[in-house]
Design a protein around this ligand. Structure first.
Ligand code: CUA
Length: 595
């Protein structure tokens, strides 16, 4: 194609040069060519003659179909024939048919040419396979001038050579006669021609595949060609991605339809948007604690808000990309002043939403992580790689925890080695368990459905971290009582603590009459304690544990720091037993005080 264009240009230049030699009427190169008259209305009432010599209106060929207009002259020695041959060649590869999806109107711009010449030309192309859709017209100077000017076609007559110097190309017109596309040269890419016709027909012709392809290709008026555009390709990629995600969600959702029926969505503002994601989630994960529903509501509200804004922003982005696209290379957008109400809105609304999320999340977190006083207690010790549980009645379990249905259960947790994390997804509880001098971590839950639920370690804690799993068994109260009675042979935690207390012996300093060298422990639990540095602390589990493992950390006012350090001498379970014992005498004392 390129050599032919060059040939054409050389030919035009030669013509121009040859005519330039004529002092009478020089033809300048600027006399020939195409002016871009995109979207210009072509006068449809112009009168021409058809191949039979009958007078016709140009508008007769515009019948709700796009029209390819070729401006030629039939006695042209070379260029015009090449142009028509090129068009016929492109049509062979085009799945559209002239006369069916579109019309071809060839108009001679030489007013001296006759219908006989036109008929001969048509004969040529009829034998080449083109027939019904091709129309070869001739006409008088006036309509010819009007037509060529309306599409910006410039040409000049050279009397010396008795030839016309002219540009070569075809023009695609819309069914209403507006200029839609120019294709230059003498060969036309069938794909470009197809796109041009589809767009000129306002997409009433062509297949869905064309529509998709057209998303990626754009007509460049400068070159008269369609080329792939990065932006459009990206846009298409985005659409495909979104569709893929939607299809995936749809498939997952269908799979989980049965589970979805059980769900009763709460009526939070963004929840309906997030809830479509829930069936998958809930199928994977039962909700079995009093907090599960509230956590889910918050979670799906967050998902809903995210989905809402993703769709809003991506949607507006796409919409604006299309609506405010650059329509011509010289287009300069009008100046827009920033809108204060708009800016206030886009700062204010997200702020408000964030505040709502914060207040909601914080209040839920606060309630979920502060254990109620009346909760049943279980001590949890994590170590590589197991979970050990001690009930206050003395029952011990490893990698299994039995709890009663409908009762609040408080877990007091510590680790013997590294950081572990206690995680029961069905209860929506998870908390890190810290080793050493760290604090007891407490969490609580109230199981609402009997059954067995997975317990995980959710912190990578070494080689067998993945094996640090277990079960939480939720039992009906009577069953739980029966289970306690079966397993409680060793005596309660408090009585084990008392045994240790005597064995160590703690009682030689901590005397209950207040005459010992160490503070009285009876009635201590839950009280305020004044330290030697003037601080006042509450004697809770953390305080008691720390005072056993690191007695010098908090020395009680008026006492000497003489207590030995028990770190390494006691297991965490034994520490927990001592804590349970001290709590029990604290409670007894308080009870006796009340009586
Ligand atoms: Cu313990 Cu991971």
């Amino acid at each position: 194609m390129k050599p032919q264009i060059i040939k054409t240009i050389i030919c035009l230049a030669l013509l121009a040069a040859a005519t330039a030699a004529q002092p009478a009427r020089p033809i300048k190169p600027s006399d020939i060519g195409f002016d871009q008259r995109l979207d210009e209305q072509v006068p449809l009432d112009l009168a021409f003659r058809d191949e039979g010599g009958k007078t016709v209106r140009l508008g007769d060929y515009f019948n709700r179909k796009p029209v390819i207009l070729a401006l030629v002259y039939y006695q042209c020695p070379m260029l015009c024939n090449q142009e028509l041959n090129g068009l016929a060649g492109a049509l062979k590869a085009l799945s559209f048919e002239a006369g069916k999806e579109f019309e071809i109107v060839v108009v001679s711009f030489n007013p001296r040419e006759t219908p006989e010449l036109a008929a001969a030309k048509k004969e040529n192309y009829a034998s080449a396979g083109a027939a019904a859709g091709w129309h070869f017209l001739t006409g008088d100077p006036k309509p010819i001038e009007a037509l060529t000017q309306s599409v910006g076609f410039r040409y000049a007559y050279d009397p010396m050579l008795n030839q016309y110097a002219h540009a070569s190309g075809i023009v695609v017109l819309t069914p209403k006669g507006r200029v839609a596309r120019y294709f230059y040269g003498i060969e036309y890419a069938p794909r470009d021609l197809r796109f041009g016709l589809i767009e000129a027909a306002e997409e009433r012709i062509g297949s869905p595949v064309d529509q998709v392809l057209l998303l990626c290709y754009q007509y460049d008026p400068k070159t008269g060609k369609y080329s792939a555009t990065v932006m459009k390709s990206l846009r298409l990629g985005g659409v495909v991605t979104v569709l893929g995600i939607a299809a995936l969600l749809f498939a997952l959702n269908r799979k989980a339809k049965a589970a979805a029926r059980k769900v009763k969505p709460a009526s939070y503002c963004f929840l309906p948007l997030g809830w479509p994601f829930s069936p998958v989630f809930i199928q994977l994960l039962p909700d079995a604690s009093s907090f599960a529903g509230e956590f889910d509501a918050l979670f799906f509200t967050l998902v809903g808000i995210s989905v809402f804004f993703i769709v809003l922003i991506a949607g507006l982005g796409l919409y604006f990309v299309i609506k405010y696209r650059r329509r011509s290379p010289g287009e300069i957008p009008p100046k827009t002043a920033p809108s204060v109400p708009l800016e206030v809105a886009w700062i204010g609304i997200p702020l408000l939403i964030c505040l709502v999320i914060f207040v909601w999340g914080a209040s839920l977190y606060y309630r979920a992580y502060s254990a109620p006083k009346e909760a049943m207690e279980v001590y949890v010790t994590a170590k590589q790689w197991m979970w050990r549980f001690q009930h206050t009645g003395g029952q011990r379990e490893i990698n299994a925890l039995h709890v009663p249905l409908g009762r609040r259960v408080k877990l007091t947790m510590t680790s013997e080695d590294v950081i572990h994390s206690f995680f029961v997804p069905a209860f929506r509880v998870k908390a890190d368990v810290l080793p050493g001098q760290g604090r007891y971590r407490t969490i609580w839950f109230e199981a609402t459905k009997p059954g067995r639920y997975h317990l995980f370690c959710a912190e990578y804690c070494g080689m067998n971290h993945s094996g640090m799993i277990g079960w939480v068994e939720v039992m009906r109260p009577q069953e739980f009582q029966a289970w306690l009675n079966l397993g409680g042979a060793e005596g309660s935690m408090a009585s084990s603590g008392l045994k240790l207390f005597k064995q160590l012996p703690c009682g030689s300093c901590h005397k209950d009459d207040g005459r010992g060298r160490c503070p009285v422990l009876e009635g201590l639990y839950g009280k305020q304690v004044r330290l030697e540095d003037g601080r006042i602390v509450t004697a809770d589990e953390n305080y008691i544990r720390e005072s056993i493992l690191d007695p010098k950390a908090k020395v009680v006012a008026n006492y000497e720091p003489i207590m030995p350090n028990f770190t390494g001498l006691l297991s965490e379970e034994q520490v927990a037993q001592l804590v349970a014992y001290i709590k029990s005498i604290g409670t007894q004392q308080q009870n006796t005080l009340k009586e």
